[in-house]
Design a protein around this ligand. Structure first.
Ligand SMILES: N[C@@H](CCC(=O)N[C@@H](CS)C(=O)NCC(=O)O)C(=O)O
Length: 249
């Protein structure tokens, strides 16, 4: 059994943070894909909570993307993601926390308010690596999964969706503003703050180098969601950081 295993959703920006760190540091590992809904049986069993990413280090399961990244940084320090300077390191962790707690949920809400209206498309990408039988059962029970997803993402009414759009705009404005001096969010080198911000904004941008790219042809609603941000300077920053630092999966 591999020592390191990422238990993930392929289409999740919190999971993208960990994939990026693994592709950057390149420790040997395996990735296990779960499907939203049935995933909870696995995550509850191994970690006592519902969410992914979960990372197995040997026989220990760790949940929460920031905690997992911290463990990866300790175990695989090269190349570093934390700045060497203590003040920059504190600031980078603070920026990560802002994106984890405030921007990430709003970006997800904005995208999924649209995606959950596209049953065939969404079921298709969630179950792309499953059998035809699994896919048809998943599609049949999707209304139940959709209700749980919408409730857990806070998609309740027009005002809640508007807050998702506003939070996305704030995140993009933050990276455009904070990267103006050096191209990076903290100091003058790529690090954890950039990785977290770019991963969590990726669902608004879908950069070419993202393993989460939404397959084409895309429903019109999704194209409209992406078109809303395409010319934003923050989206340009996300595309740049992906192009320069993401590497391949
Ligand atoms: N703060 C958590 C957020 C993780 C999270 O929201 N994961 C979502 C996928 S994007 C999830 O697992 N949702 C399924 C559920 O809540 O049951 C982290 O940083 O890892």
């Amino acid at each position: 059994m591999a020592d390191l295993e990422l238990i993930q959703f392929p289409y999740s920006h919190y999971n993208e943070k960990i994939r990026w760190a693994l592709d950057y540091k390149r420790p040997e590992h395996i990735r296990t894909n779960l499907v939203p809904g049935p995933h909870a049986m696995t995550t509850m069993r191994v970690s006592g909570q519902m969410q992914v990413p979960v990372m197995r280090f040997g026989s220990d399961y760790v949940a929460g993307s920031a905690t997992i990244l911290d463990q990866l940084e300790r175990r695989y320090p090269e190349p570093p993601l934390y700045p060497a300077d203590p003040a920059e390191r504190d600031r980078a962790i603070e920026v990560q926390r802002y994106f984890d707690d405030e921007v990430g949920p709003m970006v997800r809400r904005g995208l999924f308010a649209v995606l959950t209206q596209e049953r065939d498309y969404l079921c298709g990408i969630f179950t792309a690596d499953r059998s035809p039988l699994f896919r048809s059962i998943y599609r049949a029970i999707f209304p139940v999964t959709r209700a749980v997803m919408k409730s857990s993402m806070g998609i309740t009414d027009r005002a809640s969706i508007e807050r998702g759009v506003q939070g996305t705009e704030e995140g993009l404005a933050f990276v455009a503003r904070e990267s103006a001096a050096t191209g990076y969010l903290v100091g003058s080198e790529f690090g954890i703050a950039d990785l977290a911000a770019a991963s969590l904004l990726a669902p608004a941008v879908i950069p070419d180098d993202s393993p989460m790219s939404l397959p084409r042809p895309r429903p019109e609603r999704i194209e409209l969601w992406l078109a809303k941000w395409a010319d934003h300077p923050g989206a340009e920053w996300v595309r740049n950081v992906y192009g320069r630092h993401r590497g391949s999966e």
